[in-house]
Design a protein around this ligand. Structure first.
Ligand code: ZN
Length: 203
């Protein structure tokens, strides 16, 4: 499994790394780990996140276990280009909430020599690929999928199952709204909600 580029010594060449998985899979912890190591290597780092993510604090990227690191909220992915001019390493958290132009922005940053590390949910609560994330995974040099633990059986979890019934796509999650589930338990949970599983609705 890819863990991390070894960027010691000479000038960096740009690249894109994607860290992705379900809720509670440790994506943000892994982003923070890589950014802190870049700081130890005395690289100029910047972290950005969409303004929508106001769960904990305006300025910090905070993982669920309360590790935090300073981040700049931006309204659109394009804002990152100007703000990250002096960064050698650009971290982007909660990237699923950006528009599709994030893909172009990440390519631009990497093409100008920056190491871009993106943390994002891979799927929404319906199990569909989330926003710009599938395209980012396709163009990235390195993709790391991390997993949570299934709340029902203890296997590796792949899905973010929403416990409430609302259809709204953007609900920023806490443990009482989402539970990580493996494929088997997720399928059972969805079947329990609808007699006809929604996976087959369109077939
Ligand atoms: Zn399970």
């Amino acid at each position: 499994m890819f863990l991390e580029n070894n960027f010691t010594g000479s000038k960096l060449s740009g690249c894109i790394e994607v860290i992705t998985g379900s809720m509670f899979s440790g994506k943000t912890e892994e982003l923070i780990r890589r950014i802190k190591r870049a700081e130890i290597a005395k690289q100029n780092v910047g972290i950005y996140k969409p303004e929508i993510d106001k769960r904990y604090s305006e300025k910090n990227v905070v993982s669920h276990d309360a590790k935090s690191i300073s981040a700049i909220p931006v309204q659109s992915a394009k804002d990152i280009i100007e703000l990250s001019k002096n960064n050698e390493v650009v971290g982007i958290d909660e990237a699923q909430f950006f528009e599709n132009d994030l893909v172009e922005v990440c390519n631009h940053l990497a093409n100008t020599g920056k190491r871009v590390i993106v943390a994002a949910l891979d799927m929404d609560f319906k199990g569909n690929p989330f926003g710009p994330v599938p395209q980012l995974m396709a163009i990235a040099e390195y993709v790391t999928k991390v997993h949570a633990i299934c709340m029902r059986c203890g296997n590796l979890a792949h899905y973010s199952h929403r416990l409430s019934d609302t259809e709204k796509l953007v609900i920023l999650g806490e443990k009482d709204i989402y539970e990580p589930l493996c494929r088997t338990c997720y399928t059972k949970a969805i079947e329990g909600k609808n007699k006809e599983p929604e996976l087959f609705d369109n077939i």
